[in-house]
Design a protein around this ligand. Structure first.
Ligand code: DGL
Length: 271
């Protein structure tokens, strides 16, 4: 049977990662989970994020969803909760974290920027990534919650609100020596067109989508689940329908998404 791959994000941002995975594994059975009742994750504490993801694991188990790989397509959740989460389940988990290493290798000016949520920018995981892979460059940090909101709106309306994007980017005042920007939030590739327009295509925007797709393939192979890691350029016609879950009311492609509730495991312990 084809593998069941669940992609999780606080909102619609994880679809930018899902798209890449689907190109590599067109035969996969996919579900997409949005914890949009708690969006934006970038403002939450690490403890709350761990609780929400623990609730997700309980949901997967009680609903008997038989997930082969769980992709946490959210930099904020991954940098806050990956190791805690892996302790709680045997399901292989792939996290999405900022692409600092390739950005440092690609930069010619030796100035790169990380554009992410406040939680990702402040996390010790990110600090560690920077000290491991960003030694040879200066890493400029920029945090934004507004860009997440703009990406959600853009996804729904299919139109970038360029004046709001420009206002937010102006207020971030990204250093003009930067030649590579790490999109350290899975929502941000939705704004790529507007970002390229703002920077006159003079900076390289880097996300982790392709690397994650390859990692999912490798994990499936490790578990003896058939998977080609060759990019399937003609896969669009073969995609199977997605199953969506959301924790707050939302429409995707004009269809209402199945509403679900995540249990807070700490409440259970108390009762
Ligand atoms: N898409 C998420 C990320 O990659 C975060 C968005 C949010 O703040 O909820 O960080």
């Amino acid at each position: 049977m084809s593998p069941h791959i669940m992609v999780f994000d606080s909102g619609i941002g994880g679809t930018t990662v899902l798209k890449h995975i689907q190109q590599y594994i067109p035969d996969g059975r996919y579900s997409y989970f949005m914890d949009n009742a708690y969006l934006p994750y970038g403002k939450l504490s690490q403890q709350t994020i761990i609780q929400r993801l623990s609730g997700l694991l309980i949901f997967i188990e009680t609903q008997q969803l038989h997930v082969d790989v769980l992709v946490i397509a959210c930099n904020t959740a991954s940098t806050s909760a990956l190791s805690a989460l892996r302790e709680l389940t045997t399901i292989p988990i792939v996290g999405v974290v900022p692409a600092i290493k390739p950005a440092a290798l690609l930069s010619k000016s030796q100035h790169i920027a990380l554009l992410a949520t406040p939680a990702t920018v402040q996390s010790s995981y990110t600090q560690q990534l920077i000290s491991q892979h960003g030694q040879a460059v200066t890493v400029h940090l920029y945090a934004s919650v507004e860009l997440v909101t703009l990406a959600e709106q853009t996804y729904q309306s299919k139109k970038i609100i360029q004046d709001k994007l420009v206002a937010e980017l102006d207020s971030l005042a990204i250093d003009n020596r930067v030649d590579v920007i790490v999109l350290g939030c899975t929502h941000f590739p939705i704004l790529a067109k507007g970002l390229n327009e703002y920077f006159n295509s003079t900076v390289l925007l880097l996300d982790s989508g392709v690397a994650i797709a390859k990692r999912v393939c490798a994990i499936l192979k490790e578990h003896n689940i058939d998977c080609s890691d060759e990019l399937d350029a003609n896969c669009t016609g073969k995609k199977k329908p997605l199953r969506y879950y959301a924790t707050a009311s939302i429409y995707v492609d004009k269809q209402p998404v199945e509403l679900v509730t995540l249990i807070d495991p700490t409440q259970n312990e108390k009762s």
